[in-house]
Write a protein that binds this ligand. Sequence first.
Ligand code: SAH
Ligand code: SF4
Ligand code: F3S
Length: 490
Amino acid sequence: MEKIISDLDIISEKDKNTQEVRSSKDVPSGKNRKLYIESYGCQMNFSDSEIVTSIMTGEGFETTSQAREADLILINTCSIRDKAEQTVRNRLNHFNGLKKKKPEITVGILGCMAERLKSKLLEEEKIVDLVVGPDAYRDLPKLIGQVDEGQKAVNTFLSREETYADISPVRLNSNGVTAFISIMRGCDNMCSFCVVPFTRGRERSRDPHSIVDEAKTLFSQGFREVTLLGQNVDSYKWVENEALKGKARIEKNQPAKVVNFANLLEMVATVHPDLRVRFSTSHPKDITDEVLYAMKRHDNICKNIHLPAQSGNSRILEMMNRTYTREWYIKKVDAIREILGQGCGITSDMIAGFCTETDEEHNDTITLMDYVQYDYSYMFAYSERPGTLAEKKYTDDVPDEVKKTRLAEIIDKQRALSKARNLLDLKKVHRVLIEGSSKKSEDYLQGRNDANKVVVFPRAHYAPGQYADILVTDCTSATLIGEAVQKHTN
Ligand code: SAH
Ligand code: SF4
Ligand code: F3S
């Protein structure tokens, strides 16, 4: 397989060239032009689309939810598995039809696929005019100017500093109740199966004050829940006063102060007791007892931890370069249960059929699931990604059929565990933040409890954005069903 990305080069030769040919034309106006943006992949990508929309509406673009009305179509892409990239290529085929009818449409690829394939995307997909990586969105107006002048435009520069801290995201498809806040970008781990360090670059944390300000603004706008996002939130680290580095700090006699993830969580939790705080993702090697105690101290920090195990077998974990063993992972789970109790939700990501995995090793994943009693898991068959450590070092030797069978077993196991965990919630009262109407009926509302489970109940006089105490009377493996026992004022 061709190697497309070989290291974390900050700027590739091709990018340099692209920057040299960039037009010097003034920033274009989006006046009378419509933007349609479609997002794939993780929550970070959806959050980035809100930053992109903010930049583009600042240029005068209006947003539209109809691709056929658009002058500019942006697809924010994901590279995590081959299937994710295929989905985007199918969408490009679809947009090709639109472009035939309306040739003046500009089509841009953003996100991880843009970063992975760079200008190769222009050769492979003729419809694409614009390729922009995750750290180059500020450059979008200029790049669109270049396309307006009839050129193709690429910027896949990866930054060590960019956090878009000063850009207020335009909330897309918002329910007005829950929102994501990016607290860091990139990833410095090198899990051998994973393309993210190559597509998102080095890890960097965002100024905590800008995070708290964003949470305050959201609360004043009626939002009642924020999810702090990062590939590895527990390694969040901000050195206060570092901006004043050296002389200025010494003159003012201000020692550098480190804000870690536990500190940040508490800062956001104290914005308002009615603002719920969630976070994702925690790496088992980095989550600390300090974070668990911060969760315990604040009722509004939701008791739910996304703690991807990936595998339950220590040999496979080592090959995955996850830097923990099964036993270490189990100790973390024990600490969570001890500090936060059995009720704390624990969720995971699992990969079936990683290189050389045997049936017995796969079975270790199943027994780990039994031990932890996960509330929910995201489960995948291993998909080899070009340029990753696993692609270079190991053979993707588990046959597709075996991957599928193992994945099906993991899914069945999770379904049973989810149901069992939900049964424990019966006959208990859960505090639910109401997000909107239930999917099935306007007569019912739905929201989430502390452990992030969907709870459905009769609407009565309740409304989105309120908290309600719900007595759970029934459940499926995916949903809790109940009725309100008392209205909270908020
Ligand atoms: N930063 C997060 C995960 C980001 S990617 C973490 O460390 O947990 C989301 C999930 O996709 C991963 O947890 C993993 O389970 C899955 N994944 C990543 N690369 C994959 C690959 N090559 N094949 C299959 N699943 C993969
Ligand atoms: Fe990928 Fe590992 Fe980083 Fe998660 S922690 S994004 S799985 S490299
Ligand atoms: Fe996909 Fe990139 Fe997220 S590869 S999972 S969109 S960081």
